[in-house]
Write a protein that binds this ligand. Structure first.
Ligand code: FMN
Length: 170
């Protein structure tokens, strides 16, 4: 666990949009009243570069909605494609009755600004206040590891090789 904490390095907030713009499936970690939870989320979009603003859809049927509404903060953790089975697992059961971190072997790390934990197995973790990203952390392989994209009905594909083109977008 200590090694994983050391592996997390602070990431400039200007780098956040590049992580979320391709639209990977993410994990939403929440905490309130001494309990922590994590769910899968693929309905999210960038809304501003810096400070980064992220729009996302969290169903009111999910326990995560209650925790997020109460805490007004969360962690958006970006899993590598290799975590696909875990992502589907945390997206198909509710934390109301089960500790999903323990059940799916996810490692919690303390965040710096929010109550929800970082997820050590993820390539990046974004500490967010409702809508605004306040702090970002990069894990090993943030620039190179494939992320997970959802095509619906349980079909996923890992991101492919990057293509660099001249662009004035920062
Ligand atoms: C790939 C995937 C993507 C998902 N995306 C979303 C999403 O964007 N918004 C949402 O509300 N639920 C989404 N879900 C469903 C939640 O993850 C699921 O309802 C979860 O069990 C909620 O857990 P909770 O009750 O512990 O919060 C997704 C599930 C999967 C498997």
């Amino acid at each position: 666990m200590v090694a994983m904490k050391l592996a997390q390095r602070k990431l400039s907030l200007s780098r956040v949009y590049g992580l979320l713009e391709p639209g990977p499936v993410v994990l939403l970690a929440t905490a309130h009243g001494g309990r922590e939870n994590v769910m899968a989320m693929s309905w999210l979009t960038m809304m501003e570069f810096e400070p980064p603003l992220v729009g996302c859809v969290v169903s009111g049927r999910n326990w995560s909605f209650d925790l997020l509404s109460a805490a007004k903060s969360c962690v958006i953790a970006i899993p590598p494609a290799s975590l696909a089975r875990t992502v589907v697992g945390v997206g198909n059961c509710s934390g109301r009755r089960v500790d999903k971190f323990a059940k799916f072997g996810l490692t919690r790390l303390p965040a710096s600004e929010v109550g929800a934990p970082l997820v050590a197995e993820c390539v990046a973790n974004l500490e967010c206040f409702i809508l605004k990203v306040g702090a970002a952390w990069a894990g090993p392989g943030v620039a190179t590891r494939r992320l997970l994209h959802h095509r619906g009905r349980g079909v996923f594909f890992p991101s492919g090789a990057p293509m660099k083109l001249p662009s004035r977008m920062k």
